[in-house]
Ligand binder design. Sequence first.
Ligand SMILES: *Cc1c(COP(=O)(O)O)cnc(C)c1O
Length: 414
Amino acid sequence: MHHLEKTDPRIAKLIEQEQQRQQSTLELIASENHVSAAVMEAAGSVLTNKYAEGYPGARYYGGCDYYDQIETLAIDRAKQLFNCKFANVQPHSGANANLAAFMAMMKPGDSFLALDLSSGGHLSHGMKLNTSAIFYKPDFYRLDPDTQTIDFESVRQKALQNRPKMILCGYSAYPRIVDFARFRQIADEVGALLMADIAHIAGLVAGGAHPSPFPHCHVVTTTTHKTLRGPRGGLIMTNDEELSKSINRSVFPGSQGGPLMHIIAAKAVAFQEDLQPQFRDYARQIVANAKALAGALIEHGYRLQSGGTDNHLMLVDLRARNENFTGADAEKALEAAGIITNKNAILNDPRPPKITSGLRLGTPAVTTRGLKENDLKIVASFIDRALHAKENPAELTKIRGEVAEFCRRFPMPH
Ligand SMILES: *Cc1c(COP(=O)(O)O)cnc(C)c1O
C-alpha cells in the first residue's frame, strides 16, 4: 500500500475503505471467505509479470523454470488434498473450469442433465444465456417439493428419457449432503459421465466435513476462493488418464491463453494451508456454526428450505416469519445493519428473481474470523432485529454500530 498511496491515492483509499468494511461487518455470503496474508502475498507477487502458456516442462515461452516448479507444487498439493490422480490448476475461475470440463466431455450439441439455477444450480449449469446452454443441450432434474432435497426419481427418469452424455451434480445453493454414489448408479445405468461441481463445498470435502466426490465422479471441478479459502480461481480434477488429457487441451489452448501464475502460486499456498490438521477443525467448525445459526433462526420463527443444513449454508424462507419480508428488502436492511448477505429464490418462489422470498446465508467467512456456535446465536438475533427494523433507518444504524463493536472481537486473518 506504501507505493499505491503515492502513485494512485484514489485507488489506495478505496482499498483501505474496503478493508475497513470487511473488518467491521459480518460476511455471511456463502461463497465468500477471507484469505491469509500469505495467499495475498503470492497473489500480489512478481509472478504476474510472466507468460507461461503451456504446462510444466512444455511451455511456449522461455524463462519458465520457476513457474514449472510452482505449478507442479500446486498440482501435487491439489491431488493430495482431494486424493485424486490428475489436476489442472489453470482455470481462471469456476465458470471457466466448467466450460473446459464440458469441452472435455462433450461435443457441441450434446445433452447434459443438471439442476437449474432457480433450484440451486449455477448459471454455468445450463442457464440459457450461458455457453453451457448456447453450445450444449441442458435438461433439468428437480427438487422434491416435500423434502426440498434432490429428487433422485426425477434424476433417473430424465436420464432414462434423454440419455444425456453427462450428469452434473454440485450446487450453489443447496444445504444438504450430495449423494455422489447414488448419482453414479444412475449415470452408469444410462452410460453417462458423472461430473461434480464442488465449488461451494470443496473446503468441506478437503477438511473431511462432506463426503468426497471421488471415486464416484469422472470429473470434478471447483473454485478455489470459497470454502477452500484460496485466491479467486478454478480447478479441474479426474482419475481418468484419457479425460485428463482432454481436460488439459480444453483449458489450454481450448479456452484460455496464458495462465495466471501469481494466482496459481497463491492456489499452491492455499492448498498447503488446507492440508494442515487445523483446516479439518475449520471445516468442522463451519458446519457446526451453520447448524447453530440455522437452529437459532428457526427459534426466531424462520423456516429453512429442507428444514436445516448439513453444510456451510442455509436458505431462509422469510415468509414464515412475516409474509411481507422479501429477499431484496432483507438484503438491503441487513446491509444497512452491517450484515452482508444475498437474496435467493426459494423453491417455487412466487416472487421474481430480482425480489425473491429468501436469503442465502453461509458461515465460511465468519468461521475464518473465529466465531463459534454461541456467537452465531448472537448473529441470528442481529439478523432478526434488523429485519424487523427494515423501515427504521435509525435503528438499523444503531445495530450497525453494535455489529461493528461485536466484529472487533474477531480480527481478520493475517
Ligand atoms: C461459484 C460457483 C461457480 C463459479 O465460480 P466463478 O469463479 O464465479 O466463475 C461454479 N459453480 C458453482 C456451483 C458455484 O457455486
